[in-house]
Design a protein around this ligand. Structure first.
Ligand SMILES: NC(=O)c1ccc[n+]([C@@H]2O[C@H](COP(=O)([O-])OP(=O)(O)OC[C@H]3O[C@@H](n4cnc5c(N)ncnc54)[C@H](OP(=O)(O)O)[C@@H]3O)[C@@H](O)[C@H]2O)c1
Length: 285
């Protein structure tokens, strides 16, 4: 059994990972931003000295894509420098670092899934700051595993599934873009793979549910599973008027993962389980 620190422990992925690793019998130290601020190097050092973990999993991030465009310094500090501090301290103490990253490190102009070897070319401050975090963590600590995921949703999180669910209670029609493609990923499924990767070689891994879809198809499936009458109307990105550009195509290939014999289920199956659990937990069934 291992001693594991989880940063960003109040976030949707942090919470899920806490549950998964505790259930496995590991000793989990799940820290919220208030308990462990990854931009405070002294605090990281003090906690690592006291806890003596074998593993750090960094889920902490500034994830608000639009806000990153105006709060650049905060974005680079949390998404870039924070992972560097964690990696240098991990290296110093011979600790394994798992750092979560994103499909937004890619430009989004490919027509088939991005592999780990593809050259990142982020277009947004969020993507650039996350790429910086990847590079600094890999440079500072060779025992770093970078896990890139996409379109994440988990219980209690602010995510697309919960947004569509809430909107469907208020509106009869919802306009959703149909020309951006990616792969929705349930935090539970990502967490199970992270558990598997603990014993694999460090490096970069792409981890998503399998398959892909547009936001329109994703929203349509959510409404179908919720058995709602809300109409989902497909619109092009340019009509939606987003402040910050999103990659048009950011599907990640799980080929490397599959080569290690690790498979993930299709996004529709994962979504069904998620919504079932959400509705039961909230007594909506
Ligand atoms: N959400 C997605 O669609 C998505 C897609 C691809 C990759 N990812 C990546 O997946 C990881 C987990 O994302 P998530 O969806 O679980 O995000 P989340 O729910 O926003 O959780 C991130 C957590 O980090 C905390 N945090 C912010 N600044 C911090 C700091 N300086 N020190 C410590 N904690 C800090 C946040 O606290 P506050 O909320 O109080 O600021 C929040 O609790 C992130 O690395 C993200 O970039 C997410």
């Amino acid at each position: 059994m291992m001693r594991i620190i989880i940063t960003g422990g109040d976030g949707q992925l942090g919470r899920e990972l806490g549950q998964i690793f505790k259930k496995e019998g590991h000793t989990v130290f799940q820290y919220s931003k208030q308990q462990l601020d990854i931009t405070d190097r002294g605090q990281i050092r003090e906690i690592l000295k006291r806890i003596e973990p074998e593993i750090i999993i960094n889920t902490a991030a500034f994830t608000k894509v639009d806000l990153c465009e105006t709060e650049l310094e905060k974005a680079y500090l949390i998404n870039g420098i924070g992972p560097y501090y964690l990696a240098t301290e991990a290296k110093e103490r011979n600790v394994k670092l798992f750092h979560i990253s994103t499909d937004y490190v890619f430009k989004g102009d490919k027509l088939f899934p991005y592999e780990e070897e593809d050259t990142p070319h982020p277009k947004t401050i969020y993507g650039k700051s996350k790429r910086l975090g990847e590079e600094l963590a890999l440079i500072a600590c060779e025992n770093t595993t970078i896990i890139r995921t996409s379109w994440l949703y988990g219980h209690g999180g602010q995510n697309f599934v919960n947004t569509i669910k809430e909107l469907s209670n208020q509106l009869s029609e919802i306009r959703v873009v149909d020309d951006q493609y990616g792969c929705p990923t349930y935090t539970k499924d990502l967490g199970i793979v992270i558990k598997e990767l603990i014993t694999r070689p460090p490096g970069i891994y792409h981890v998503t549910n399998s398959g892909s879809c547009s936001w329109f198809e994703f929203a349509t499936e959510i409404i179908k599973l919720l058995k709602k009458q809300t109409k989902i109307i497909p619109i092009p990105t340019k009509e939606y008027g987003l402040k910050t550009p999103r990659p048009l195509y950011s599907v990640l290939s799980n080929k490397k993962l599959n080569n290690f014999d690790i498979k993930t289920r299709n996004w529709k199956e994962a979504l069904q389980e998620y919504l079932k659990k959400e509705c039961v937990d909230r007594n909506e069934n």
